[in-house]
Every structure is written in C-alpha cells, then in structure tokens.
Design a protein. Structure first.
Length: 717
C-alpha cells in the first residue's frame, strides 16, 4: 500500500513559517553569500549589483528538496510549537526567504562611511562601535514604517510597481492562481517555463555579448561613429562615459535593468523627457557657455571628482587636518575655488528639485487622501480583497515598532557620543525627525511611480550649514538620514509584497529585523577582510590608475561619490562651496523650481483640464540620473519600456499579464548569474577586435575603442 499524500494547504496554519526548520539554514546561507559577494563588488570600478532574485531562485529547489526528504518531527521550543516539515514548500515560506535575502543584497549604507573615513581621512573605529553604528543607522527606520503603513500599504491605488515583478516570480514558481494566469481555454507555456527560458537566454546573450566575450557592444556610440575623430565637441558629447551620451545606446542589461519592464509607461516617458532635456540639452549648453567657470584644461563632463582651477583632483589631505579631521580654512583658501563636472552640477541641481517637488506634489495631489485615511484609520471602511484576506493574520502591534524605535535610537545616541565619531546627540534626533517627515512623500512617489528618492543631498546640505568643516560628522549624519528613510521604504516594500501574497505581517517584520542584524556582521567582516590588505587601500587612493587587478577594483564610483560629497558638504560646507561661489543658483533655483512645478501642474489640471496633467510627475521630470554612470541608458531604457510597457501592454495584453514581470525577473537573474560566473569562476576573456578586458590591447584596437572603451575620443591628441 502506498503512503497517502500529504494534503496541500490552501493557507498556512497559525504557526509561524519561521518554524519550518529545513528552510532556516537556507535563509542564513543564502543571505551570507549574497551579502559577502555584494559588498565586495562595491569596490569594483564598474560596480554591478548581484540581484536579490538569485537567493529567491536558489532557495526554491533547495526548499522543495528539503520538504521531500526531511522527516517530520514536532516539538515545543520555549513555548513555540516547531514542526520540522509541515508540508510542501509553500509560497509564504519562499517569500520570507526572499525577504531575508533581499535585505542582505540591499546592504548597509553606513559602511560607505567607514570605508571613506578610513581610506581618505585615516580615522579608524573599533569593531564594537562600528557594528553599533551600522546596526543603529540601518534599523532605526523600521520604527517609522509602523507609523505610516496604513497610508501606504492598504490603499489599492498604492500599487508599488517595483513589487509586481517579484509577485510574478513567486506565482510562477508556486503556480498561484491569479487573474493573469487563470485558464482561458487556450494552451500556454507555464510562467516557470518562460522564466527558465528567459534566464538561459539572457545568460547566453551576456556571455557571448557585453558581459564577457564581446564587451565592446555594450556601448553603441552613434555620434562618435559618424563624427570625425578630430571633432572633439561631438566626440565629447557622444561619449557615454566621458561625456553626455547623446545618441548613445547600451546593450548591457546591467545598465538597463528590469525597471524598464516594471515602471508604468507614463513614468518611463517622464524619465526619458527628463534625460533628453538635462543630459542632451542643458548640460551641453551649460558646458559650452561656461556657466560655472570651468578650469581651462577640460575635465570629464561625467566625472564625480572635484577639481582645482588647474584641473588637478582636489583631495581631503590637501585641506583636512589628520588629527582633528576639521578643515584648515587657510589651506582651502589657497586652492579655492573648487569645481565640479557639468554632470555632477546637474545631479546636485536635480537633488534640490526632486525632494521639494515630491513633498509639494504629495501635498497638492494626495494631501486630502492622506488626511482622510488618517482620520479613518480607527474606523471601519470599505477595502479591497487584498486587505480582507490579509486581515486573517494579526497585524504587527504598534508597541513592536515603537519599542524597536526606542532601542535603536538609544543605541545610536550612545554610539554618537561615546565613539570616535563624536556625533552630537541632537544630530541623531534631527536626522530622525527629518527622515520621518520626508518618508511619506518619498514613499508615495515609490508606491505610485516606481521611482525611489533619497535623503542624501538634503541631509548633507542641512548638517553642512550647521557644522561646516567637519566631514566625519557630516558623513555620519548623511548615513543616518539616508539609512532611516531607505530602510523604512524597504520594510514597507516587503510589507506590500506580503500584502499581495498574504504573508503574515508579523513574520515579515521578524524576517526583516533578523536579516538586518545578521547583515551588519557579514558586511563588517567583508569590509575588514578587504580593507586589511594594504594593496586594496592603495588601489582606491590611486583611483584605479594602475595596471593589473587594481584597474578593475580601484575606482569605485560609489565610494568616489561618497568621498566627494564629504568634501563638498562636510569639509568645505555648502556656504563656501555654493552660496559664496558661482554654484549658488544650483541650490536656490533648484528649490524654487521643485516647489513651483507641482503647483503649476495642479493648476493646469484644475483650470485647463485633461488627464495628462496627472501623468507629469515633477519628481521624475526634474530628476535626471546621477553623474559617473553609463549615460547610454537613455534611449535603451525608453526603448525597452516602449516595447513592453506600451506596445505589449496595449496590443498583447494577455501575453503581458501572463509573462511580462516573469520575463523581467528572469533577465535580472540571468545577468546576475553571469556576473557571478565571470567574477569568480570564468577565466579572463580573450582579447580581440570587440573585446579588450584588460585595457592593454594592441595600438590599433586601443585606438579603435578609445581611451574610455566606448568608441569615442574625447581627449586631445
């Protein structure tokens, strides 16, 4: 007689999925690997992120296997009923593993603080205070999420577009019956089959293409191809690495990303129009007319470094005292004024427009709804099917959020006062209040448009005004302000994912907090292993201008931007750098434009009429991408969005509903697997006409590729 099959649960029992013992080890192993790989890759010259989807992908076969072979044992552990194998590997268990892994892939923002202050400012913190700083800064935001989850998770119009591809991935794995996949009487490939084809197809494309064997097709610089090499103007404007990337394309999916297949098309149009105006029109005009008195020797339009009037790189060691870590004003006066690249200038202008625009836009467009929901938060109201189903599980008590908030706040206060940071107690409170006030409008933008905004520039600006000349304090304030807001958004994102897939909110909260604590130790250990090698530190100081492995691992854009920001806002201060120089319009014009634009759009919507006014989002239309990245994404991103989010959505609706988000996720997973393989497994690719991985190819190939490997020749012969 064959043993009867265990029944498949339609919904989990009240017991916590965390008690599924075979999967707990998967959580920690996958988190550990993803976090170690992710943090080390931040030191690469061309940084790429290992997608959190890798953990989701790998955990599925492991979970299914262990559910089949693990014996079922029940016991009581400290009042918790534990069942080692309650049944088939469920979508809820899979989601919790994914949340645990995504927190690991997300990282700990404050680690940039530790790296920059150690490499450039020669200030070291001991392990205890470093770990305390990392955890307190990254976990303080969880408390804020509890205050605003009713406004941002339960409303059906808060769709959170970035969550939808993840929902599609889990439903594909577990064959969850949703409207898009219900039987319509026709035969279709399963979503899991399409996912597998997408992963394999993208892996094959990236291996033979821009990810390994043919890296030069990653940049297609049309303007540089048609312009003569001696036409420096067109060569500079066409370069996606040195310049503005006019008419440039990228075929590298790591530069495009699945966002092009997940954000609403109106959002993609906003992003495209913004890039056309700021990158292709405003930046060239600003540069050619010398609006900000650039150095005589040309500096890269797309650089994240700071320069003196002699076009030399401006360094912290030139003006900051090694012992006090405070700027010497006399030394600064000898080198002033300091210059930014045109793209860097535009990036800061955008930062001063987008956050005010998001705040004002939220007030004038969603203010009444937020107030109404706040008033009805304790009353019965009509809610959609997702709310009714998730209400079967107990909500996270407010005491959990407030208790965790108090614990992390006290830890941050003690770390600031007693460690080498010498971070004032009032600065901790100020950073928290600033983040709490800004989180709702920032989250509204993310929940409706799929575009994330951050607190980095505003937090730098405010603390730089209050305490100029103190780069270490400025970086700590920035790390705290950004981390509080971003971690709050992370928890809200995961709560929305759990909302869609009916994962108990308490379990989501526990997975997030546990993962964040574990991530802190892994990130710090990874950083210490890397930084304990003197060669690695020297690579960073040399800005990648060395031969051998240091060329690929020494010029990290993430650390460069963080370091340059510490000089601008911390050492020099916004008053000296902006208000007392030619850069003052960057701030005041940016703030005015950001505040006025949403009001103008709302008035136009009210008096002129037409639904299209509501589709113009000021935080998107005024927020071009940052400096230092590949500027060839403008056309590529918009093309992908047009194909999938416009054409397929409108004219192939059934296909789009069934496969779009699954395919987007598959592409990310395929690229991530190739990235891991090329970094840790595969040998150096061969050198030929379309591939020069070492940068030391023959003269003819080097001349063809250009000094930046993008087919352009922006430098004088």
């Amino acid at each position: 007689m064959t043993a009867p099959k265990r029944p498949t649960r339609s919904r989990p029992p009240p017991g916590c999925p965390l008690a599924h013992i075979p999967c707990v080890g998967d959580w920690f192993r996958l988190h550990d690997c993803s976090r170690l790989d992710q943090h080390d890759l931040h030191f690469r010259t061309n940084y790429f992120a290992v997608s959190s989807y890798v953990a989701t992908l790998l955990s599925y076969p492991i979970g299914v296997f262990m559910a089949k072979v693990t014996p079922r044992i029940r016991f009581n552990l400290f009042g918790l009923e534990v069942d080692t194998n309650p049944g088939p590997f469920s979508v809820k268990e899979h989601v919790l593993i994914g949340i645990f892994g995504s927190t690991g892939a997300g990282g700990v923002y404050a680690v940039y603080n530790l790296v920059v202050q150690e490499v450039y400012y020669e200030m070291h913190m001991n392990a205890f205070w470093s770990l305390s700083f990392l955890f307190a800064s990254s976990a303080l935001g969880f408390g804020i999420s509890g205050m605003c989850r009713k406004f941002l998770i339960r409303p059906s119009h808060m769709i959170w577009p970035t969550v939808l591809p993840t929902v599609a991935l889990y439903t594909a794995f577990h064959h969850v019956d949703i409207a898009a996949t219900k039987d319509d009487g026709k035969k279709h490939w399963s979503q899991l089959t399409v996912f597998g084809i997408g992963v394999v197809g993208m892996m094959f494309y990236h291996l033979i293409g821009p990810g390994y064997l043919t890296q030069m097709i990653g940049n297609i610089s049309v303007l540089c191809w048609v312009a003569p090499k001696d036409n420096l103007l067109l060569q500079r404007l066409g370069s996606p690495i040195w310049g503005t990337g006019i008419l440039a394309w990228t075929s590298d999916w790591t530069n495009i990303g699945s966002g092009a297949m997940s954000v609403p098309y109106w959002s993609a149009v906003n992003i495209f129009v913004c890039a056309l105006f700021f990158h292709w029109i405003a930046t060239p005009i600003m540069w050619s007319n010398d609006w900000f008195k650039q150095p005589k020797m040309p500096i890269a339009l797309n650089s994240t470094r700071l320069f003196t009037s002699q076009s030399k790189v401006f360094k912290a060691s030139d003006v900051v005292d090694r012992d006090t870590h405070i700027m010497d004003t006399a030394k600064y006066a000898q080198r002033a004024p300091i210059h930014m690249s045109p793209f860097f200038t535009i990036s800061y202008f955008a930062n001063f427009t987008t956050l005010p625009a998001a705040l004002v836009h939220t007030i004038v467009w969603y203010g009444k709804d937020i107030v109404a929901r706040f008033r009805m938060s304790q009353e019965e109201e009509e809610e959609d099917i997702h709310c009714k189903l998730i209400d079967a599980y107990p909500e996270v008590p407010n005491t959990w959020y407030y208790g965790f908030l108090a614990l992390t706040a006290v830890l941050m206060l003690l770390t600031g006062e007693l460690s080498e940071l010498q971070f004032p107690w009032w600065a901790t409170i100020f950073a928290f209040v600033l983040s709490a006030v800004s989180t709702i409008p920032i989250a509204v933008v993310l929940a409706t448009s799929g575009v994330a905004l951050y607190m980095n520039v505003i937090s730098q600006f405010l603390i730089g005004l209050i305490l100029p000349g103190q780069p270490i304090v400025m970086m700590a304030f920035k790390a705290l302000g950004v981390s509080v807001s971003s971690q709050c958004l992370t928890l809200l994102t995961d709560l929305k994912l759990g909302h869609y897939l009916k994962v108990p909110p308490r379990h989501v909260f526990i997975a997030q907090v546990t993962s964040q604590l574990f991530s802190v130790f892994v990130v710090y250990a990874s950083m210490r292993v890397w930084m304990n090698n003197p060669d690695h530190v020297q690579w960073i100081l040399d800005d990648g201008k060395v031969e051998g492995p240091g060329k690929s691992w020494g010029s990290s854009q993430t650390h460069n931007v963080y370091y340059s920001a510490s000089l601008i806002w911390g050492a020099i201060g916004p008053k000296r750098f902006f208000f007392d120089t030619q850069y003052s319009p960057v701030i005041w014009v940016g703030v005015i434009v950001g505040c006025v634009t949403p009001i103008v759009l709302k008035l136009a919507h009210s008096f002129i009429g037409g639904s299209y006014w509501a589709l113009i989002h000021p935080a998107l239309i005024l927020g071009p991408g940052g400096a230092g990245g590949n500027q060839g994404t403008t056309l590529s991103y918009f093309t992908v969005a047009t194909v999938f989010q416009f054409y397929m959505y409108r004219y192939r609706s059934a296909w789009w509903k069934r496969y779009n988000y699954v395919l987007a996720t598959a592409f990310d997973v395929g690229v991530a697997l190739v990235a891991l393989a090329t970094t840790f497994v595969l040998p150096e690719p061969p050198e030929w006409l379309l591939n020069c991985p070492s940068g030391e190819c023959g003269d003819s190939i080097a001349e063809l590729h250009g000094p930046y490997g993008d087919w352009c020749h922006p430098l004088e012969a």
